[in-house]
Design a protein around this ligand. Structure first.
Ligand code: HEC
Length: 147
């Protein structure tokens, strides 16, 4: 009798745990599966600084200064484009919201690279709006809802 009670209690405990795991809300995707870099490091070390660099080149109706300026701008957009692949690698992507945000980032940076190749600062500013939208879309679900 005692034994079967323990068994039933065990079943309840296990199903309770399973229920908690299934029903817990989506949490921030802190890392991929096997590579050491955390998502926070990717963001603070690569993504944010390159976004700030792009903004610095074209904000307030500005245009990059000289060939060196355009070259530096192009490098920053290319690194942001690359980050859209890194964010998807190593099983880091948890859901469609994440994947869609990466697609938005990829498309916007591709368009930004085209504009930069033509030294079209207004085009880069337009791309910047798309890049910003991708940060927002992913963060709304995966950064601010984190536990
Ligand atoms: C596909 C999802 C995704 C996209 C796109 C994304 N982020 Fe993030 N970002 C995250 C997640 C998840 C965190 C929280 C990581 C954590 O705290 O573990 C984060 C955190 C950050 C942080 C805080 C890092 C820290 O040190 O805690 C910064 C800054 C940041 N993101 C900047 C950006 C910028 C700028 C963009 C757009 C150019 C961007 N992110 C696009 C998912 C994304």
């Amino acid at each position: 009798m005692k034994k079967s009670f323990a068994f039933v209690a065990g079943i309840i405990a296990v199903s309770g745990l399973a229920f908690t795991m299934l029903s817990s809300p989506v949490t921030a995707q802190k890392k991929g599966q096997s590579r050491p870099m955390t998502t926070a490091q990717l963001m603070s070390g690569l993504v944010k600084p390159q976004l700030v660099a792009v903004q610095g080149h074209v904000a307030d109706e500005k245009a990059p200064e000289g060939e060196d300026g355009w070259k530096a701008l192009t490098t920053s957009i290319a690194l942001l484009n690359e980050s859209s692949y890194t964010m998807m690698d190593d099983d880091r992507c948890p859901d469609k919201i994440w994947a869609d945000a990466c697609q938005v980032l990829r498309k916007a940076t591709e368009s930004g690279l085209k504009s930069a190749a033509k030294q079209d600062a207004a085009g880069v500013r337009e791309a910047l709006a798309g890049i910003g939208a991708s940060c927002k879309a992913c963060h709304a679900e995966h950064k601010y809802k984190k536990q």
